[in-house]
Design a protein around this ligand. Structure first.
Ligand code: FES
Length: 164
């Protein structure tokens, strides 16, 4: 139990247990448990993943399968804000490649990279469900529609440092 508490805080365990109380079996809260830990730590380390798996009576491999399938669970450290750039068909047609290039120029990072000041991480994502407003991206929790190079300048006008 002490090993579990080291890898998961009491608050995280309480949050997960509150979810477990609503379902017939512990593994049913796998995604919620990962989200709870990510909300506290910004990402889910191997150590945390193993602890969550033990708490849910799952194998680490099973839970890692869930975590890697669900692309909003981060298995590596990310910046304070994650930029999710949609690269599905509507956004592709409307020039998401140009948006990506501009972000790379503006923040000095490519896909999967984090600015040196740890403010931003740029990740590709499949359809964000706002295809009629393509191209679309999210910065943190905020959705930005009909993005163009001018709106990008306003979004990241203070830059973000260079990539690592
Ligand atoms: S294709 Fe980009 S939001 Fe749907």
């Amino acid at each position: 139990m002490s090993e579990l508490i080291q890898a998961l805080s009491a608050q995280e365990i309480a949050g997960i247990d509150a979810e477990i109380a609503h379902v017939p079996y512990r593994s049913a809260v796998a995604i919620e448990a990962l989200k709870i830990v990510q909300a506290h730590r910004g990402w889910v380390s191997d150590e945390s993943l193993r602890a969550i798996a033990r708490h849910l009576h799952m194998s680490a491999e099973e839970l890692d399968g869930v975590a890697t399938f669900y692309n909003l669970i981060y298995r590596r450290p990310v910046g304070e804000q994650v930029i999710l750039l949609c690269n599905s068909i509507s956004c592709w047609i409307k020039g998401c490649d140009k948006i990506q290039k501009r972000i790379q120029e503006q923040l000095g990072i490519g896909l999967g990279e984090t600015t040196s000041d740890k403010r931003y991480t740029l990740l590709p994502v499949t359809c964000l469900g706002a295809c009629d407003k393509a191209p679309v991206l999210m910065v943190g929790e905020e959705l930005h529609e009909n993005v163009d190079t001018h709106s990008l300048s306003r979004l990241f006008d203070d830059g973000g440092g260079t990539s690592e």
